[in-house]
Structures are given as C-alpha cells and as structure tokens.
Design a protein around this ligand. Structure first.
Ligand code: B12
Ligand code: SF4
Ligand code: SF4
Length: 325
C-alpha cells in the first residue's frame, strides 16, 4: 500500500514536530547511508526526518548550563515526538524504528563510526535545510536552532521531498569567528577532532583520560595536574546529571533563517555585541591537544586558558593520526 505523503506529514506536525520531510532510501544520494539505515531496521523503505525547535535565547545565553539544559530537553522532546509519530503510524499499519537523536551511541565501536544514521544528511535530503559553514543543518525559517531525528519506516509514500535549492547560510563567518578551537574555518573542512576534544571534554574522551589520571597518579597533586578541581566537578556533573557540552557557540551566534536573518541585517553590531562577544570573551579553559592548530587558535584569544589534554589519541590513535590537522 502506498500512503499519502500529505496525511503522514500532518500526523507528524500534529504530534509535535515543527517541520517534517520524507525521503526514499533508494535514491542515489543515499547509497552510502543505506547500510547504516538497514542495520538499524532491515525493513526500512522510507525515512521520516523531523525537526523540533530549540528555545533560541536559552542556547545563546553566556550561562552555558542554561544552554545545556535546553539541548537536553529539546533532545528529549524530539525523541518523544518521534515515538508518538511512530505509535500513530502504527495504527495505519506502518511499522518502523525511531533512531536515537544522538547519545547513547555504539560507543564500543570506536575507532569506527559510532552512529548508523546521520540525521543531518536525512534532513538535507528531506528538504529541511542545508549544512552551513558551521556544519549544522540550517532550516530556512528556524536556522540552526533545531534538533533533528529520523524515523525509519517500512511504508512507501506517494511523494518524497528533495534538497532545497538554496542554502540558508548567509556566509557571515560569525561561526568561524566565535569558534575557540578553529574547528570552523572558511576554506578548510570542518576539524571535528578540534571540536570533539574541547566540546566533548566531559564525555567519553575526558572520561578515559580521567580514569587514566586516577589510575596512574601517585598522589592528589599529580591527579590535579591532569584534572583540577573545576574539571573534577564538571566530570561529576556530567556523570551525575547529563553531559555538559562545553561549547556549541557556532549554533548560538548563527543568524541564518528567516526568524533571525532580517533582524541581524538591521543591526549587525547589536547581534555581535549581544551574542557573539560574551561568548568570545568568556573566560574559560579550552581543551586542545599539544601542537595542534587548535592550540594555536586557543592561544590567540587572551580570554581563553589553554588546557593541553591527551584527547582521543590515547584511546584511538588511528583516528587521531589519520584525521588531525
Ligand atoms: C558525530 C556528531 C558530532 C561530532 C562530529 C560533528 C560532525 N560535523 O559530524 C562532534 C562531537 C564534533 C559534534 C559536535 C556537535 N554536535 Co553533533 N552530532 C554528531 C552525530 C552523532 C553524527 C553527525 C554526522 O552525521 N556526521 C557525518 C556528516 C554528516 O557530517 P559532516 O560534517 O559532513 O562530516 C564530518 C564528520 O563525518 C567527521 N568525521 C569523519 N570521520 C569521523 C569519525 C568519527 C569517529 C567522528 C566522530 C567524526 C568523523 O568529519 C567530517 C568533516 O567535518 C549527530 C547525531 C546523528 N546521529 O546524526 C549529532 C548532531 C549532528 N550534533 C548536533 C549538535 C547540536 C552538535 C553540537 C552543537 C553539540 C551539541 N550541543 O549537541 C556540536 C556542533 C559542532 C558542529 N559545528 O558540527 C545536532 C545538529 C543539529 C543541527 N541543527 O544540525 C545533531 C544532528 C544531533 C541532533 N539529533 O540534533 N557532533
Ligand atoms: S561546538 Fe565550539 S569548538 Fe565545536 S565547532 Fe562549534 S564553536 Fe567550534
Ligand atoms: S554563522 Fe553565518 S557563516 Fe556560519 S553557518 Fe551561520 S550563516 Fe553561515
């Protein structure tokens, strides 16, 4: 049976998605993604890509614990919305699987890819936006302030979406300007290791380093040379509550999307003063590996305290040596 795309989309919006697009998994542009999709759900025929908006101002706050709470809540909400959509589709005879929006992932696969379905690629194929210079999917209205999720279903639809003709990225370069690790630069590919080493410090990489520091340190002074008391507190918080993202500034400053671009163009200076500057000037440690371009970048901002860490290298030398620039 072929289902009406319009009716499926209506169900998604009524269940709480802020936007939705439909993708057939046989299209040529998804050939590399098929294996991952079929690993998660061997009966998949289509992907329903959904978007849920974040509260923008919470993500822009210099109080980063406020931004973190927003990430986690929007993540929970999109996971619930996706499950609600699937329950409703079940009543039409459509079966499927909701893919995790992010964590938990197949972290035991490192150094191989730890996720199976790239929500960004699905969202682009579903016509929900394009990846901007910051490598985030920018929605034409909501910009980058969105969470993404994908529902893999066995149903076939009478119409599918295609990528948008135009990218919402306005090439303002603010994401590159605010990035404390230099992961985003105009003429080079996104340096995911630079981003990962800093933003994910209180995630699995830092955790490995933390265990190592505890096992190998002879006394507290040596332990504190690896993890000072602030870092121990952040690790405790990530383990006790939920992971602390140390950065995400590239999302906070991005003026893409109708909701924001017009006001940005009206007063660029105000946008920079109010949103970019407090993040750029924020006094904080920036975690980098020794000798990396990220180290040089972090050192160039006097407001940042450069923290040399082991990074992923100790856990997965293969990734570090193969990809670090
Ligand atoms: C892996 C990952 C990361 C990695 C790599 C980012 C990346 N660009 O791929 C790191 C840790 C750096 C990261 C950081 C962040 N992420 Co993230 N991340 C993911 C994840 C799990 C997969 C992304 C993906 O598909 N990448 C592959 C392709 C599409 O990305 P790409 O840029 O074209 O290619 C790069 C990677 O492939 C990378 N790469 C190559 N080989 C390898 C090997 C390994 C092991 C890794 C890790 C990466 C890697 O290098 C390529 C060149 O840059 C998704 C969830 C999901 N399951 O889809 C969330 C996701 C992309 N993240 C998201 C967010 C919000 C963030 C952060 C803001 C942190 C946060 N608060 O959550 C930062 C922003 C950094 C940035 N500017 O991209 C959102 C993005 C929403 C949006 N509007 O687009 C997603 C979709 C989660 C969600 N469900 O909403 N993330
Ligand atoms: S999350 Fe931070 S370090 Fe990573 S790309 Fe964005 S601004 Fe750069
Ligand atoms: S901050 Fe500017 S350059 Fe960067 S992704 Fe957003 S619109 Fe594009």
């Amino acid at each position: 049976m072929i289902h009406a795309a319009e009716a499926i989309k209506r169900i998604c919006l009524e269940a709480g998605a802020d936007d939705v697009g439909l993708v057939d998994i046989d299209r040529k542009s998804l050939q590399q993604e098929r294996e991952g999709i079929l690993h998660v759900y061997p009966l998949a025929r289509s992907v329903i890509s959904i978007v849920v908006a974040n509260n923008r101002e919470s993500l822009q706050s210099p109080a980063r614990y406020v931004a973190n709470e927003e990430y986690h809540h929007t993540g929970d909400r999109i996971a619930s919305v996706a499950r609600e959509i699937l329950r409703r589709l079940n009543t039409l005879g459509i079966r499927g699987v909701v893919v995790n929006k992010g964590w938990p992932m197949a972290v035991n696969r490192i150094p191989a890819k730890i996720w199976d379905v790239s929500h960004k690629i699905m969202a682009v194929e579903a016509g929900l936006g394009h990846m901007g210079l910051n490598r985030l999917v920018l929605h034409p209205r909501m910009g980058g302030f969105i969470a993404l999720d994908s529902i893999l279903v066995d149903g076939v639809f009478d119409a599918y979406d295609l990528p948008l003709a135009k990218s919402p990225c306005i090439n303002c370069n603010l994401c590159a300007a605010v990035c404390p690790t230099g992961a985003i630069t105009k003429n080079q590919p996104f340096n995911f290791l630079a981003c990962l080493t800093h933003t994910y410090r209180d995630n699995f990489i830092g955790f490995h380093n933390w265990v190592e520091a505890m096992v190998t340190s002879q006394d507290m002074a040596e332990y504190r040379s690896h993890f000072d008391d602030r870092e121990t507190a952040l690790m405790w918080q990530s383990l006790m509550f939920r992971m602390t993202y140390r950065c995400s500034y590239c999302m906070a400053v991005c003026p893409a999307g109708e909701d924001l671009t017009a006001s940005y163009h009206q007063n660029k200076k105000l946008h920079v003063e109010r949103i970019l500057k407090p993040l750029k000037d924020r006094k904080e440690p920036v975690c980098v590996t020794a000798g990396s371009k990220a180290e040089a970048k972090a050192k160039s901002n006097p407001n940042k305290e450069v923290r040399i860490v082991t990074g992923l290298g100790r856990i997965s030398p293969k990734i570090d040596s193969g990809l670090q620039s």
